[in-house]
Design a protein around this ligand. Sequence first.
Ligand code: IPE
Ligand code: MG
Length: 236
Amino acid sequence: MDGNGRWAKQRFMPRVAGHRQGVESLRRCVRACSERGVKVLTVFAFSSENWNRPNEEVSGLMDLLAGALAREVKPLHDSGVRICFIGDRSRMSDKVRSGIDQAELSTRSNTRIILNVCFNYGGRWDIAQAASKLVAQGQAVTEESLAGAMALAHVPDPDLVIRTGGEYRISNFLLWQSAYSELHFTDALWPDFDETSLDQAIADFAGRERRFGKTSEQLSSPAQQHPPALNTQAAA
Ligand code: IPE
Ligand code: MG
């Protein structure tokens, strides 16, 4: 969700006003995704590196999170949203931590859409914490065990990753999980990202051919899509 600061600057407003507008945009995006049948929406709200921003902005973002937890959880719950927070909670205040626990607990049985809020998150952090967990449990580190130990193990890998704000970077988001995701970049600043922007991203995604390492011909010929068991074993 990039571009809040620039959105505010364009209007001669403080950066935190852009973040406030970003919360509005997120509320609209959750609703739009839910209406379109998206089952999982994962947003990058605050990165491990964002602590390095000016104190005033960091505390503004923490206040915004605390406020959003107080105001937004009930309406989200009423519309069937399950909220999960992904990230290192050790640096958060007790107030924010208990708000997060409460949001997760009260919405845990909802099934319409899962909203993963990555907060104090980094893709490298997730890989490292998953590996540490396995090592501490004396388990072998394999692709499967690592995937199962990740903070996002409760959802499938993302089909589509959208970056707003005109930057062409992944910036430590979903490093492990986005191995085969389609990427969509848009110049829209996050507060301006609306239903039309979402539909453009989905249309872009729908036009892609996802091969997962196969050839285009394999995808178009049904007989070759699922190779016979013998071939599979031979390849193994
Ligand atoms: C929001 O956008 C991302 C957060 C860390 C909340 P930015 O604050 O990075 O906005 P720009 O890039 O300065 O416009
Ligand atoms: Mg930015």
